[in-house]
Structure formats: C-alpha cells, structure tokens
Design a protein around this ligand. Structure first.
Ligand SMILES: [Zn+2]
Length: 87
C-alpha cells in the first residue's frame, strides 16, 4: 500500500458501518447513519439470495479522492427474523 504524506487531504480508509436490510427487502440501510453526513442512505442489496455487503461510495459526497465511501457490514443485531412485536 502506498502512503503519501505530502497531500493536504489524507486519504483515509473507508470506515466500517453496520447496515441492516430494509423492510422493503431490496435495500440496505444504515443502523447508525452515514459516518460522513449522519443521514441515512439506501444501497441496493444486490440480486442474489444473500445481501451483498462490502465497499460502497457515499452518496452524499462527490466521487473523488476524499470520498473513501464505507464498508457495509451486516448489523450485529438479529435481522433475519422479523419481529412482530417490534414497535
Ligand atoms: Zn452520507
């Protein structure tokens, strides 16, 4: 990995963010909001039977070197069993 210390904007590793599957079944949503702007974004889960996690670009930032995006990881909360008693 290359690391340059001469650039004023230091490129940071994309942070890991926990996401959960939206009730609509087709989007992944942040558990705690976007690490860049604090809002929620929706990302497609992919077409396969299993949601596709991993690196995504942040929708709130322009595509550029200072947009490392984030790594989507499955929420550690249980998410596969719909809870009928949930609020
Ligand atoms: Zn954002």
């Amino acid at each position: 990995m290359k690391k340059t210390s001469s650039t004023p904007l230091e490129f940071t590793e994309p942070p890991e963010v926990e996401v959960t599957l939206d009730p609509d079944g087709i989007h992944l949503v942040f558990v705690n909001g976007c690490p860049h702007c604090g809002k929620k974004h929706f990302h497609g889960r992919g077409r396969g039977p299993q949601p596709i996690y991993g690196h995504r670009l942040a929708h709130c930032r322009p595509k550029s070197e200072d947009n490392p995006g984030y790594i989507l990881v499955p929420s550690r909360q249980k998410q596969n069993s719909p809870d009928p008693a949930a609020r």
